[in-house]
Design a protein around this ligand. Structure first.
Ligand SMILES: NC(=O)c1ccc[n+]([C@@H]2O[C@H](COP(=O)([O-])OP(=O)(O)OC[C@H]3O[C@@H](n4cnc5c(N)ncnc54)[C@H](OP(=O)(O)O)[C@@H]3O)[C@@H](O)[C@H]2O)c1
Length: 222
């Protein structure tokens, strides 16, 4: 299994739990993490905002079967609000959060076909839901919201296109999680979010492809 953005936050916790469970984990990040992972964890350099970095990773992993791809890496924008956002910053967020996962899915498709489980889990956000994202969550980060809404559509289209290969594509909201991104006020520990996400990922079948769910299994309106 391969996890992006595994150096800290939710990605790190997912890598830790999967390794503890005996999985062989490819933990990807922009820089070698300061901490050591325990278990069968291999670190690979990957910048999801850089198509060349994605290509290089795919070349290094060529021929290696992959059960699960977890597109977890993401950023928020520095600027906020309609007047505050900067066009270049907006595009940097979309490159990282949307284009990166899509290119990675394309680049690692054959690895997933060769794997047994054939699952792509895109870690999205309820903030990107048209139906629910604005209900009780004030967030004026246009770039982040748009990047996650677009990731949802990328996932839905991938679900349709990769069905022929038996690849299941999931959009998953991890909850409001205590990480650098979620902040200390968040109501969920990374351990609990990761445990819930793993339950969904590990039990997913092709019948689940194209679904959008929270870490505890509830369906979210697109
Ligand atoms: N925390 C929440 O409450 C919450 C809520 C909804 C959705 N999510 C989603 O959950 C996922 C994990 O979030 P988190 O809370 O763990 O965030 P986080 O604590 O900010 O960690 C983000 C991770 O993504 C990596 N990353 C950022 N840009 C990257 C790039 N260009 N290439 C490779 N890696 C990159 C970071 O690596 P560096 O160390 O190199 O920066 C870091 O490992 C994200 O998709 C996020 O949108 C989180």
């Amino acid at each position: 299994m391969l996890i992006t953005g595994a150096g800290r936050g939710l990605g790190r916790e997912l890598a830790r739990q999967y390794a503890e469970d005996g999985w062989r984990v490819v933990a990807c990040g922009r820089a070698c993490p300061a901490h050591d992972f325990e278990g069968r964890v291999e670190f690979q350099l990957l910048d999801t905002a850089d198509p060349a970095s994605i290509h290089d990773l795919a070349v290094r992993l060529a021929g290696r079967p992959l059960d699960v791809l977890v597109n977890n890496a993401a950023i928020r924008s520095e600027a906020s609000g309609l007047l505050g956002f900067d066009p270049d910053e907006f595009l940097r967020v979309v490159r990282t959060n949307t284009l990166g996962p899509l290119l990675l899915a394309r680049a690692l498709r054959q690895n997933l076909v060769a794997g047994g489980m054939r699952i792509i889990a895109n870690i999205g956000s309820r903030a990107g839901s048209m139906a629910e994202g604005l209900l009780d969550d004030y967030d004026d980060d246009y770039a982040y919201r748009c990047s996650k809404a677009a990731l949802n559509m990328a996932g839905a289209q991938l679900a349709q296109d990769l069905r022929v290969d038996g690849i299941t594509v999931l959009s998953l909201h991890p909850g409001w999680v205590k990480t650098d991104m979620g902040g200390v006020e968040a109501d969920l520990a990374a351990e609990d979010s990761a445990r819930g996400l793993r339950t969904i990922i590990n039990s997913a079948t092709i019948e689940d492809t194209g679904s959008f769910r929270t870490f505890d299994g509830k369906h979210i309106g697109w």
